[in-house]
Design a protein. Structure first.
Lengths: 236, 428, 336
């Protein structure tokens, strides 16, 4: 079997002495959406951070396009085409929307205007508010800025840590639509979600983590159809 | 356990060495000041080591202690109260009343309180100045070459020590009320400011302490050398043991000081150790290590910080009063922040913050170094420059030796912070 | 009543000196606030950094003077300033590499870094005293006045003269240029924006590929430029004395806190607030009031609120008021 586009394979590790992840595997194919769900404290965000190199692994490997990047720093991974949107503090609040996007493209030396236009087309409201400080926007708009900033690096993989935390259901649907659109442009999406049901509906692949290990893995539809997953994690 | 003992033995050795190679009188002079430094270091250690409070106004609190000596122990100046002393006291009362009125107005009123408070403050200030200026002129006109101030209460000088603590505590209360509960740096900036202002007051308010004209000849808690030398009993005692009466008198006086100071140090140390080991001390350290958690557990962090800040400042004030007593004079121009504030910090950090024994050791060790670095630096520099041709560079380098101690202290502080941040005797 | 003369007296004794002093404080406070924003600690070595930079500039000035190189009516120190900035910049970056970087790597608490800055302060203070001594040094040369009081009186026919010393004019012009450059740099250039981003959200800046070491190095270089410029302007306007520069810490910190620590715009505003309050409170208003008020209402005394010996009390009082009522400062810095 060919290697997936991005894979974190049998990852083991944690912040302190104790391991949070126990041989957990997460992968995403090109242009697809992979979603990590699971109960609180299952290590969802930790798994994501491990893939991004924000956690020292004691076991396992991370490979991007077949290349082993386990030893690379987060900054190095940004240069390799990975982008990460943290759950909180994910914008530069005192800087304008446009400056946020510029900072996203910090490492790029080429013309960033087409990418910026692409982001504005994706999130039209940002075009209107481009000169406003990002900290003054609403919660949903901030998330758009955060995703927009990450897209400015022209990533191959976009990683989102609970992008819909704290936004209204309408905004959430809107955001999921945008995420599908982004995936259609060929960018792989790996995200952690609390709203498991909605997230699995748009997911090509779903991972249910429990206590730092894979419990169920399958396509979004398979997991939605699995009675045990439904009973335990989706509330019937 | 052996490490502290060894270190204290080492420091003792340094003083003994000084006594043997230079003279016992010099060694005792350094030691007496070392005791005062140790007490100051204990005060700073309470604030920083127990509670993590960053006080860089040590100089100001020490100077308030010095002021206490003048106000407590000097004789009252004849006619000063009549000439304007009462006016000054009245003016101060008016000023305080205006401040209280302003605070009350701010608390009680809602609408338009900013304006009312501003009016109260300005009117209060003008009234204060009106009453105050005439009083000051009256007092300062009395025999200005040697007096021109209110004088003190004429009490025994040791009573000035607790008074010094009290003055420092009052100042600390005001600062703490303002700056505690905010970022730690703010307390640092505020204390830096209060120290400058205390010194500005001491330098300029001649009615209070004669300003830069200095108050000299403060009473002493110990006999005078001259009296000893003229006492037949003392002279015969000295000769009996084969001492020169002049040297002996100087040493005896210094030993008397040492006894008194060591007593205070012992009391402060005892109380500090008891406090640190009590539930209160454990709570303080818990707050220091995790303010959020301690706050969540229902501890009133700001009130506890205010408490320890006042206590620590009071200890510094006591030490400041003792220092002025030792000098027998108050010279406001001699207070320099590098010497009085930052040197004490070096003592605490080098000795071991959070550990009273460490702070005390640091007090002795760093004070000894501070005194000795200058001659040592001079020696090193003259040795280094000896082969050089005489010229401006050589002269400049040798003159510069006086400033080597600042450099040395800075380097010591940086090295300890970097390689041994817990100090010589770390917190247990 | 004679409002015109009152205005001229006011300009002469209060406005012009306060603007010059305010510009000097603002430059100093900008340095403090940048360090706070980027490196996240209060740098107590800043006053001594100013002294160090000024010392370097003075040494170069003396060299230039001995070679007979000058700027005509302008002080030679302006020619020496870039060299002073460069040396100070090197020194600060070297200090960062040898001292501060370790604590950044270990993610030490800000208060530890502040403590470390005390150690650096000691060392810099010792160096400055060792190299140039403790005495007051006047190194201003060139023309003394832009506008002379007597010429002004002759030209306008007023009783009051307006004198603008060239050092005051230079202070204002140089400070304006320095601030304009700084704000252009922070708001318009890629590196400047990356500094703001780093100050705003360090983790996200890292995720965006911003190199923290580069940001820190650039910050120290800018701080060296600001501190040296502030110190040289202050020294030209008054005189250079290491201890005075240490004492400037209080008004400079007050300015930075009043404006909001971490906010460059706030630092500038704070500098002028402190300077105007200090000059206004310690100035004897008798002359101005004598012109401005109607007969009979004129004050008998000096109409001076506080003697100049208490100028630091003014900074302190404002600092206390800000801490009590608005600890984040006028421009909502990143404090508390």
């Amino acid at each position: 079997m060919a290697d997936p586009f991005l894979i974190g394979e049998s990852m083991t590790g944690g912040y302190g002495a104790a391991n949070i992840l126990h041989g957990c595997t997460i992968a995403v194919e090109k242009g697809e959406i992979a979603v990590i769900v699971g109960p609180n404290g299952a290590g969802k965000s930790t798994a994501m951070k491990a893939v991004f190199g924000m956690l020292r692994l004691r076991g396992g490997h991370i490979r991007l396009e077949g290349e082993d990047i386990t030893a690379l720093s987060p900054q190095g991974r940004v240069a390799k085409g990975m982008a990460f949107v943290p759950q909180t503090h994910n914008i530069f609040g005192s800087m304008s929307v446009q400056e946020n996007l510029e900072m996203g493209a910090f490492l790029r030396r080429d013309d960033i205007r087409p990418t910026m236009e692409m982001v504005y087309d994706l999130f039209p409201i940002l075009r209107d508010k481009r000169n406003q400080p990002a900290g003054e926007l609403s919660g949903g708009q901030r998330q758009q800025v955060a995703v927009g900033r990450a897209l400015m690096t022209r990533p191959k993989v976009l990683m989102l840590d609970e992008p819909t935390a704290g936004v209204s259901p309408i905004v959430m649907d809107e955001l999921f639509d945008r995420i599908i659109e982004i995936a259609r442009t060929g960018i792989s999406i790996l995200m952690v979600e609390q709203n498991a049901r909605q997230a699995l509906m748009i997911a090509h692949k779903g991972y249910v983590l429990v206590q730092g290990a894979n419990r169920f893995t399958g396509t979004g539809a398979e997991l939605m159809a699995d009675p045990e997953v439904r009973r335990t994690f989706l509330g019937g | 356990m052996t490490r502290p003992v060894l270190l204290f033995a080492l420091v003792t050795g340094l003083f003994v060495l000084t006594g043997i190679t230079q003279s016992w009188s010099v060694a005792l002079t350094i030691l007496n000041m070392g005791v005062v430094s140790a007490i100051m270091a204990l005060g700073v250690n309470m604030q920083w080591g127990y509670a993590g409070l960053f006080n860089i106004g040590v100089m100001g609190f020490a100077a308030l202690g010095g002021l206490a000596v003048v106000l407590t122990a000097t004789a009252p100046v004849d006619g000063a109260m009549a000439a304007g002393g009462w006016r000054i006291l009245g003016a101060l009362a008016v000023g305080i009343a205006a401040l209280i009125a302003a605070v009350q107005a701010w608390r009680r009123m809602r609408r338009g309180r900013g304006l009312v408070v501003t009016v109260i403050v300005i009117a209060g200030f003008l009234l204060f100045r009106h009453i105050f200026d005439a009083g000051v002129a009256g007092v300062e006109a009395i025999n200005p070459t040697v007096q021109g101030n209110l004088g003190g209460l004429g009490l025994p000088v040791w009573m000035a020590w607790p008074v010094g603590g009290l003055l420092a505590a009052i100042a600390a209360w005001g600062i703490g009320k303002t700056a505690l509960g905010l970022r730690s740096d703010y307390l640092a900036i505020a204390t830096l400011g209060i120290a400058e202002i205390v010194l500005a007051v001491l330098r300029n308010e001649e009615w209070l302490d004669r300003g830069v004209k200095n108050v000299i000849g403060l009473p002493r808690p110990v006999p005078y050398e001259v009296d000893l030398q003229q006492s037949a009993g003392f002279v015969s005692w000295a000769q009996e043991y084969g001492f020169d009466p002049v040297t002996a008198s100087s040493i005896v006086v210094k030993l008397c000081y040492l006894g008194l100071f060591a007593l205070v140090l012992a009391i402060v140390m005892l109380l500090a150790e008891l406090a640190l080991k009590s539930p209160w001390g454990r709570m303080m350290r818990a707050i220091r290590d995790n303010e959020v958690a301690a706050g969540a557990m229902g501890k009133n962090v700001k009130a506890r910080h205010l408490q320890i800040f006042i206590i620590g400042s009071a200890v510094i004030g006591i030490a400041g009063a003792m220092m002025t007593t030792l000098d027998s004079q108050l010279t406001p121009a001699s207070y320099q922040p590098l010497r009085y504030t930052f040197l004490v910090w070096v003592m605490v950090i080098v000795g071991g913050s959070g550990n009273n024994w460490g702070a005390m050791l640091g007090g002795f060790l760093i004070w000894w170094l501070w005194v000795m670095v200058e001659p040592i630096g001079q020696g090193v520099l003259s040795a280094l420059t000896a082969p050089m041709a005489d010229g401006w560079l050589k002269a400049h380098l040798q003159d510069g030796a006086a400033h080597m101690r600042l450099l040395t202290m800075g380097v010591i502080l940086l090295l300890v912070l970097r390689f041994s941040p817990r100090g010589l005797i770390p917190e247990r | 009543m004679d409002l015109l003369n009152a205005l001229v007296a006011f300009a002469n004794f209060v406005f012009v000196p306060a603007v010059a002093y305010g510009a000097q404080l603002a430059l100093g406070a900008l340095g403090v606030t940048l360090i706070y924003g980027i490196l996240r600690f209060s740098n107590f070595a800043h006053g001594d950094t100013m002294a160090f930079g000024t010392m370097c500039t003075i040494l170069v000035t003396w060299g230039l003077q001995s070679w007979g190189i000058g700027l005509g009516p302008l002080p030679t120190a302006l020619l020496a300033l870039p060299v002073g900035i460069a040396v100070t910049g090197l020194f600060l970056v070297a200090t960062d590499r040898t001292v501060y970087r370790f604590y950044r790597r270990t993610r030490a608490a800000p208060v530890i870094l502040t403590m470390v800055s005390l150690g650096v302060m000691f060392v810099m203070n010792g160096l400055v005293r060792f190299i140039i001594g403790v005495d007051s040094i006047d190194f201003a040369d060139g023309a003394r006045f832009v506008v002379n009081a007597r010429d002004f009186r002759d030209a306008t026919g007023l009783d009051e003269g307006l004198a603008i010393r060239s050092t005051q004019a230079i202070t204002i012009v140089v400070a304006a240029i320095a601030m304009a450059l700084l704000f252009w740099f922070l708001n318009r250039t890629r590196t400047g924006k990356s500094m703001r981003a780093f100050s705003d959200n360090e983790d996200l800046a890292l995720l965006s590929g911003i190199n923290p070491e580069r940001v820190v190095t650039v910050t120290w270089l800018i701080v060296a430029a600001l501190a040296t410029t502030a110190g040289v302007l202050y020294g030209l306007d008054k005189s250079f004395m290491p201890f005075t520069y240490f004492q400037l810490l209080l008004p400079i910190f007050a300015a930075a806190v009043v404006g909001g620590l971490g906010s460059p715009l706030g630092a500038v505003a704070g500098g002028f607030v402190i300077a105007f309050s200090e000059v206004g409170v310690t100035y004897a208003w008798k002359k101005v009031a004598g012109y401005a008020l109607p007969e009979g209402l004129q004050p008998d005394g000096l109409a001076q609120l506080l003697s100049t010996d208490y100028k630091f009390a003014v900074s302190f009082a404002i600092l206390v008021l800000v801490l009590l009522f608005r600890p984040t400062g006028l421009f909502r810095g990143k404090s508390v």
